[in-house]
Design a protein around this ligand. Structure first.
Ligand SMILES: [Zn+2]
Length: 125
């Protein structure tokens, strides 16, 4: 299998699965800051201009898949009020915001760039 959920979840480079794709430590005002290329294998983190446009759609889909069933469950099974349900959903969104923002970029990057176990030999290609 060419896809590593662990590397994607930990925001590691898809090509070598070792380098970080986001600048650490997290700057809360610029949460999407990425180095120009992976420090380990030189994989460019933005292969082309506007590369992460598709990550927006992934983020939208993932958010919908999480929030819609949860909202329906709280409204119709637990029978909470609409106001309380929306407050809980709002809090969930605040807690998930950073992980979703970075996670969707990481997922998109991992879907497009393949793992290369011999990345040392193919460096700068
Ligand atoms: Zn790398």
């Amino acid at each position: 299998m060419n896809f590593s959920f662990k590397a994607m979840w930990q925001n590691k480079c898809p090509r070598c699965r070792k380098g970080d794709i986001f600048i650490k430590p997290l700057d809360i005002l610029n949460p999407l800051d990425m180095p120009k290329e992976c420090a380990v294998c030189s994989q460019p983190t933005e292969p082309e201009p506007g590369f992460y446009y598709g990550a927006m759609f992934l983020s939208y889909g993932i958010t919908s898949l999480i929030l819609l069933p949860t909202t329906l469950f709280l409204l119709f099974y637990v029978k909470l009020s609409l106001t309380l349900t929306f407050m809980i959903m709002g809090m969930m969104m605040v807690m998930m915001f950073l992980k979703l923002l970075r996670g969707s970029r990481s997922l998109y990057f991992h879907l497009v760039v393949r793992y290369d176990e011999n990345f040392e030999q193919h460096k700068n290609k």
